[in-house]
Design a protein around this ligand. Structure first.
Ligand SMILES: Nc1nc2c(ncn2[C@@H]2O[C@H](COP(=O)(O)OP(=O)(O)OP(=O)(O)O)[C@@H](O)[C@H]2O)c(=O)[nH]1
Length: 352
């Protein structure tokens, strides 16, 4: 019955770490390549030396960001810095003497980039800040430097484009985040019982173990395994077997507190993790669950209601239990004893 557990990665970890690292690394490299080309064109062809210098500086900064992201992983500050570089290059290009008015269409890019790279909250702040600077810069140029050819309609156009781009980015980011949360929830939930599944349990267990160690309190792990479940499937069919599993899950969770966790980790096998209890209390809860399952009466198409029992192996945290697998091994031995001693009972084992 002992299983081997591997390290858990949540959906958030995958999306926000590995994915973002790649995007920021590749985006910074791509950005630096563009800036190199623009800088060379401005230096040798159009002879706009100031623009060429700004672009060259931007190129070096983006390369540094790519290097840092590749070495150390995602860092919001580096992303904000990168966005400021890109915004400055776009702004300086659009407002310079030599570039046509069309340069300002690039402004609309900033909110998309900010939201995508920084998420909804930080993305909104950064894009509002940069948009405000752009609009203020444009108003200043329209008033102070009419010879540059920008008109009041440019202010309305840029403000409208930035506003729409921010609204679209909010909608996109909200949708993306809710999809991520939905996927994350599904990845941690058992579809038959709506309890946690093995992955969800592992994530919760690590947090609860850390908390119990900080508070210097014991953590209890219970493995619950329905007795002779194969016979139920064989005699009454798989559908009734599924109903038994669901009823067992409902009965067991009734006796747990909000901080406790229960998961279905296999066919008719459940694991509960109890925090902030003494040995006596943990065994009392296990006994209540055992009795509740024993008292279940499951309707079957013909004959009297079906009754089931459960065997429970219990263990508690000790110095040499640092991993879920350490707890599981001992609780599984206790469960084995409970099964061997006649089933429908609880066995508590502290260590081997
Ligand atoms: N209905 C149903 N049955 C399942 C599911 N997953 C596994 N099973 C069945 O659960 C049964 C488990 O049987 P065993 O592991 O032999 O255990 P048992 O009959 O309960 O015997 P003991 O644990 O020794 O008391 C097998 O018949 C599986 O096919 C499920 O999702 N639904």
């Amino acid at each position: 019955m002992t299983k081997k557990y591997t390290e858990v990665t949540t959906v958030e970890d995958i999306v926000y770490t590995a994915g973002y690292r790649r995007i920021i690394f590749k985006g910074s490299l791509l950005g630096s390549m563009f800036l190199t080309v623009f800088s060379l064109i401005d230096f040798f062809y159009t002879e706009l030396y100031l623009d060429a210098t700004i672009e060259a500086i931007g190129c070096v900064i983006l390369l540094s960001i790519a290097y840092v992201e590749n070495k150390r992983g995602v860092n919001s500050l580096a992303v904000i810095f990168g966005l400021i570089v890109i915004s400055t290059v776009i702004g300086s290009g659009a407002f310079s003497n030599h570039v046509e008015e069309s340069g300002i269409v690039w402004f609309a890019l900033i909110p998309f980039l900010s939201f995508f790279l920084l998420g909804e909250k930080l993305g909104l702040r950064v894009s509002l800040l940069i948009s405000t600077v752009y609009i203020a810069g444009l108003i200043n140029i329209v008033i102070q430097y009419p010879e540059k050819g920008f008109t009041t309609s440019a202010i309305f156009g840029v403000t409208g484009a930035l506003f729409c781009s921010i609204l679209l980015s909010i909608a996109y980011e909200k949708n993306r985040t809710s999809m991520i949360h939905l996927l994350s929830k599904q990845a941690k939930t058992d579809s038959l019982t709506s309890l946690l599944n093995r992955r969800g349990l592992m994530i919760s267990f690590e947090k609860l173990l850390l908390l119990s160690q900080q508070d210097k309190k014991d953590l209890y792990l219970l493995i619950l395994d329905l007795d002779n479940f194969k016979l139920i499937n064989d005699n009454f069919g798989h559908d009734i077997g599924d109903i038994v599993i669901k009823e067992t899950a409902n009965a067991a969770k009734t006796y747990l507190k909000d901080i406790d966790r229960i998961a279905r980790i296999g066919g008719e096998e459940f694991v509960a993790v109890l925090s902030n209890v003494s040995s006596e209390e943990a065994l009392k809860i296990a006994e209540r669950i055992r009795r509740a399952i024993e008292n279940l009466e499951i309707e079957v198409p013909s004959g009297p209601p079906l009754q089931v029992t459960v065997s429970i192996g219990v263990t508690k945290s000790t110095e040499n239990k640092k991993l879920f697998s350490d707890f599981f091994k001992i609780a599984d031995k206790a469960l084995y004893e409970a099964k061997n001693n006649g089933r429908n009972r609880i066995v508590f084992k502290e260590d081997n």
